[in-house]
Design a protein around this ligand. Structure first.
Ligand SMILES: *Cc1c(COP(=O)(O)O)cnc(C)c1O
Ligand SMILES: [Zn+2]
Length: 418
């Protein structure tokens, strides 16, 4: 039995192989995206799902599925292993019997990005990397900063001009260098990030350009399948920015199917804001490549507002088509309603996360999702980092009273009437 079954990288585009001990971002030959490969045949012979019983509850209990070699290099704040909550309130509103929320608002820095950065930073530490760079709308920067500090990696975070001040402050709090980036088009950023690797030797942590982050998102598949007694749900619904989350989860489910631990695969649903939605737009016209579309400043769903897909969005579109899923856009008004609904199910979510629920509502109404289907919505980030939207989504109480029992009695009577 091995601690990790990862073997090598393969380039998506030119299919060249590379060693995992090289500090690579994209393919050194053609610039394509790299993908970590595993010896699943060997793994199938060596282990069964029982191996994972009795291990700790973080995402590191699945270490066989990651490319890290040595246990000493793990940089962890207790990420993964979040609750899978069966909906009570929303399920009733929508007449659904098997609606679940994977509550990643509870992650160490408040978003699901921690899964990716725990693995990517551990891996960078193992490679001896000391300086890193990422571009972020806020949550990735916070997560990158926290894990980098723990690994003594010098982190630089370039945030979008749209990033809210709380998120920027959190990135500094965790100890990274942060600067707001002004640019005319996304191509400028891509070019600059490329040169940062070539000329400044900065290892990159942008999803997909960094070949490791999405490997950790496979942990959704493992955690959810285990919780359903080694069965996949019918639908997995993800808010999609770069697509690292949805693509990683899909890779995890495919691995489990190859291992013979689950029999079916979920349909993967990608959710984006109406203001941009480049992936949805490509999906609706049957394309496998997406182009830049829309205005990122026109939605409250900041964490998924990117309008320029990485490498044409091919990985996300393949995930949708190959799984028999679909892509959907949601409006800010629909997102605000979903934030409120999640609140009534005990979850305080940021708008981008609530987008997945808004899409479920639409899909149940038009029959793409049936009332009996098992549906898992990934709730990717905490509402506390975007508190202004919580105030906008929920009513701020105006009730006042003096501390007397008669006023309390009157208040209760009044509340019960409304
Ligand atoms: C980053 C982020 C997303 C989008 O994830 P991708 O992997 O870029 O598709 C969704 N929700 C929240 C809260 C995020 O921070
Ligand atoms: Zn290549």
């Amino acid at each position: 039995m091995s601690w990790s079954y990862a073997t090598h990288y393969v380039c998506d585009r030119c299919t060249a192989d590379f060693s995992l001990s090289l500090p690579l971002n994209t393919c050194p030959r053609c610039g394509g995206l790299l993908e970590v490969q595993y010896d699943l045949q060997q793994m199938k012979q060596d282990i069964s799902p029982d191996v994972f019983k009795g291990r700790g509850n973080s995402m590191w209990r699945w270490h066989e599925f990651y490319p890290l070699k040595e246990v000493e290099n793990i940089v962890s704040l207790g990420e993964g292993g979040t609750p899978l909550i069966k909906s009570v309130y929303v399920a009733k509103e929508l007449g659904m019997r098997n609606l679940y929320f994977k509550n990643d608002t509870l992650m160490p820095t408040g978003s699901f990005k921690d899964r990716g950065f725990s693995l990517a930073i551990s891996f960078a530490k193992e490679l001896g990397i000391t300086k890193g760079l990422t571009y972020s709308s806020g949550n990735a920067g916070a997560s990158f900063a926290a894990y980098s500090s723990r690994a003594a990696i010098d982190a630089t975070v370039l945030v979008e001009y749209l990033a809210n001040p709380v998120k920027k402050a959190i990135i500094s709090l965790y100890g990274a260098n942060v600067a707001t980036l002004h640019f005319n088009n996304f191509e400028e950023i891509t070019k600059m990030l490329e040169l940062a690797v070539q000329e400044l030797g900065l290892y990159q942590f942008v999803n997909f350009i960094n070949p490791i982050r999405h490997e950790a998102m496979k942990s959704y598949a493992y955690e959810i399948s285990e919780e359903f007694s080694w069965q996949a749900p019918d639908f997995m619904v993800h808010p999609v920015g770069t697509g690292g989350g949805i693509y990683g989860a899909w890779k995890g489910f495919r691995e489990l199917k190859t291992l013979g631990w689950i029999n079916t695969l979920p349909r993967m649903v990608a959710v984006q804001p109406e203001a941009t939605g480049p992936i949805t737009r490509a999906y609706q016209s049957g394309k496998r490549k997406a182009v830049k579309h829309g205005d990122s400043s026109k939605t409250i769903a900041q964490s998924i507002s990117g309008n320029a897909p990485i490498q044409d969005g091919e990985r996300v579109l393949n995930t949708i088509y190959d799984s028999g899923g679909f892509a959907e856009n949601v409006s800010d008004a629909e997102i605000v309603e979903a934030v409120r609904w999640l609140g009534h199910d005990g979850i305080c979510a940021e708008p981008a996360s609530a987008a997945s629920l808004a899409a479920v509502k639409k899909s149940v109404e038009d029959g793409r999702i049936q009332p009996n289907d098992t549906v898992v919505c990934v709730i990717t980030g905490s509402g506390l980092k975007q508190a202004s939207i919580i105030e906008q989504s929920a009513q701020v109480s105006t009730h006042k009273l003096n501390a007397t029992i008669s006023e309390l009695e009157a208040l209760i009577a009044q509340i019960n009437r409304t």
